[in-house]
Every structure is written in C-alpha cells, then in structure tokens.
Design a protein around this ligand. Structure first.
Ligand code: PMT
Length: 400
C-alpha cells in the first residue's frame, strides 16, 4: 500500500512562475494514490490554468470565495477540515505576508486561517524578495506558529538572478509530504536534550553566566517532538515557553544539569547537548552578598563536570550529539572536540559573527560525524533545528 494512499492533500497554488510545477506535483501525488484538492488564488491562474490542475487531480479546482455552487458541495470551512495536510506551492511573498497577518481576503487565505490541520509552505520568489527583512519576519512569525517551511532552494531563478528563492522540485516536495504524513519517524524514540545557559552562583545575588537564550535548544526539542520522539529537555534558566509535547526539567547550575542528565541518560536513545554549560564554577559560594569593600576582588574558579563527555564515555551510550561554540577555525576545532569527547556527531556554530550564535533568532551549523559532514547555512533556528534533526535521524538509524 502506498504511504499516501487515501491521504488528503489540499494544494494551494499562488501567483508565481513556479506555479507550473504544481501540475507535476499533482501528478506525483495522484500517482501515489493521494486525494488532491487544488485551491488557486486569483493570481495563480495567470501562470497555470485551472483546467490543467482539474484534469490531473480529477477534482474541480476551487478558486472563488463566494461560489454558491461549489460552496454547496463543500463549504470553505469544511474544505479546510477535509485535508490531512495543506501545502501551498508555490507560496508567493504576498501570500506569505497575508498568512502572517491572518488576512482572509481570498479562499486560500481564509481556509488556511480556519484550518486545524498542519500547513506547509513552499516559498518561491526572487532572491531579494526572499531575503527582504519583511519576508524573513513573516517566515519567522509563521514558523513560531508551527507552519512548516519547505525550501526555498538556492539556484538560478526565472528572473535570471542566482540565489535563494527557487521552489523545491515536485519530487522533493513529495518526499516532504510523505515524511510529514507518515507517523513520526522517531515514534517511541526517547530523546534527552540540554538547552540554555547555566548559572554558577558567586553569592546569593550574583552569578557567572553566559549569553545563551535557549532558542537553539528549544527549537531542537520542538523539532524532535514533531517527529514523534519522547523528549525530555534539561533547561537552564531562560524566558521561553516549553514547546508542545516536551517534558521540561529546570536546573540552574552545571552540577544540577549533570545530575538531571545522569539520572535519565540510561533511559534515552539520543542525547543532544545544546546547553552552554559553564566550564567553571566558583570554589565556594559566599553565604551573604559580597560587600564592595576592596579595590580588587578575585574569584577562584574550579572545573565543572563535562556532561557531554561523561555521557559519551558510558558503555551503553545513546547516540550522542554535541555542539561546539567556536570563535574561529570552526570546522577544525569542532572536529577536535568531536574526537576528544568521543561523540557520534557535533554541530558547530560560529559565535563571534555578526549573525547567528548566541541570542540570535538565526544560526548556521557545520555538522560533522565520522567520515562525513554537512553545512547548514544561515536560517532561523526553527528551520535549522528541523534540518539538524533530519541529519541526526539518518545517522541514528544508520548506527542502529
Ligand atoms: O541558546 P542560544 O542563544 O540559541 O544559542 C545557541 C548556542 C550558541 C548556545 C548553541 O548553538 C551552542 O553552541 N551550544 C553549545 C555551547 C557550548 O557550551 O559549546 P562548547 O564548545 O563550550 O561545548 C562543547 C559541548 O560540550 C557542548 O555540547 C556543551 O553542551 C558540552 N559541555 C560543555 C561544557 C560542560 N561542562 N559540559 C558539557 O556538556
């Protein structure tokens, strides 16, 4: 039986040159035995005819909001509920911005607003339009709401320019749909993850800390949960909401994090160390607030336990993924760390650049494993986390 048999895909087509690829996507979907309902925005019919998509999908294409005949067959709210997945491909900059602000000014935007099923977008536009801060802000808003963003790819564009903005190819979108509509690939897999900073107290009111916001780790926890994993996140102090489906354990210091991880690591299949754990803590914490009496104050620091190294050294170690925060020679230093700590995979980020790293909403990663690696370019942390989780899944299954 085909993975997509009887699955209902609502394919939204918006106005863009990539709309012609929607025909091939419909063909691939129906060949995989999915039921496909196409909904076009008014602009889309400038690029492809409804008749083509109707012939390929075997269903009449919906275009208008107030079409009495069509509404009588299936109202727009029911249409939104009918689908197992709504995919908008191509998703134009205009449609993305309308979705981000919650407009309901055509049939497709309205049913997306009414939908309770997952929504995925395959953006397609000129590279400057894609990189424009307005579009990026809209994408981020949508990501935060759980909308899946597939692509865009880098390459030659219809306008002759080269860069990010090409819609993913129909066969790539088909893979994403299959992946999305099959039960989570990590169904039943137990993931333990650390996130955020640690705080090492100096006295009752002061601490040694770092700039980790927790965003990267929380995005990872959310991406693992979306794949069906049972996720436990050991979190340092951050001001973020717990992602849906994630069990969160709050800690403050590296030693507390070590205990929280140590007592759970035997029950996990994958361990990811994304936390920025302080390498040192104060050798003795002052019981009272330290008074400002001296010109110089010296703090004596002692080494903290290396949680990642301890986990990887376990005889029955889970599949172990470390992070590496580097300010120079990222790949080289990360590879050294990977070997020294004995981990299966390391995800390295530059933390001294203008973009990415600590506190930022976006990041880029150099991911290394024994005999291979992959570059994940600068993107928002939600999408980056999804890409990293996809790599972890493939390597975890290989090792399994
Ligand atoms: O939280 P954000 O603002 O989103 O920022 C994300 C991030 C920059 C914090 C994240 O992407 C990241 O790089 N996390 C790891 C930070 C770090 O501590 O790197 P490191 O190179 O110092 O440590 C290497 C690895 O050992 C890490 O997996 C770390 O979790 C682990 N470690 C380090 C020290 C220690 N005592 N115990 C550990 O487990």
């Amino acid at each position: 039986m085909s993975l997509l048999e009887k699955k209902r895909v609502l394919l939204g087509v918006t106005g863009g040159i990539a709309a012609y690829k929607a025909a091939e996507l419909v063909r691939l979907l129906t060949r995989a035995k999915a039921e496909v309902q196409v909904v076009m925005t008014p602009a889309a019919s400038n690029f492809i005819t409804p008749l083509t998509l109707q012939a390929l999908s075997g269903r009449s294409v919906r275009q208008k909001m107030f079409d009495t005949e069509q509404e009588a067959v299936m109202g727009h709210i029911d249409l939104a509920r009918w689908a197992d997945l709504i995919l908008v491909a191509p998703a134009s900059a205009d449609f993305i911005s309308r979705l981000a602000v919650g407009m309901a000014n055509d049939l497709l935007a309205t049913l997306c607003l009414a939908a309770t099923t997952p929504i995925a977008l395959a953006p397609a536009m000129n590279r400057e339009m894609w990189q424009n801060p307005a579009t990026q802000a809209n994408i981020q808003t949508l990501c935060h709401r759980g909308t899946k963003i597939w692509g865009p790819a880098d390459g030659e564009q219809a306008c002759g320019e080269i860069g990010p903005g090409r819609m993913l190819e129909p066969d790539e979108l088909l893979e994403q749909i299959k992946h999305n509509l099959s039960p989570g690939v990590l169904h039943g897999v137990r993931v333990l993850l650390t996130a955020g900073p640690t705080r090492e107290p100096i006295d009752p009111v002061r601490y040694v800390g770092n700039r980790s916001s927790g965003r990267m780790g929380y995005a990872l926890a959310s991406a693992f949960a979306a794949e069906g994993a049972l996720v436990t996140m050991i979190s340092g102090p951050v001001s973020l909401d717990t992602p849906e489906g994630v069990q969160r354990v709050d800690v403050e210091t590296a030693v507390e994090m070590e205990h929280a991880v140590g007592s759970r690591v035997e029950q996990c299949d994958i361990f990811v160390a994304c936390a920025a754990v302080a390498d040192y803590r104060c050798d003795g914490v002052a019981k009272q607030k330290i008074k400002k009496l001296q010109e110089r104050l010296e703090l004596r620091l002692i080494r903290n336990p290396d949680i990642l190294r301890q986990v990887a050294a376990n005889e029955a170690a889970p599949f172990t993924v470390g992070f590496a925060a580097e300010t120079e020679r990222v790949a080289e230093q990360a590879e050294q760390k990977r070997r020294a700590k004995g981990v299966d995979m390391i995800a390295a980020n530059l933390v001294a650049g203008e973009r990415g790293g600590f506190e930022s909403d976006e990041n880029a990663l150099t991911v290394l494993w024994e005999g291979g690696g992959s570059e994940l370019p600068m993107m928002d942390k939600q999408r980056l986390a999804q890409s990293l989780v996809a790599l972890i899944i493939s390597k975890y299954h290989e090792k399994d």
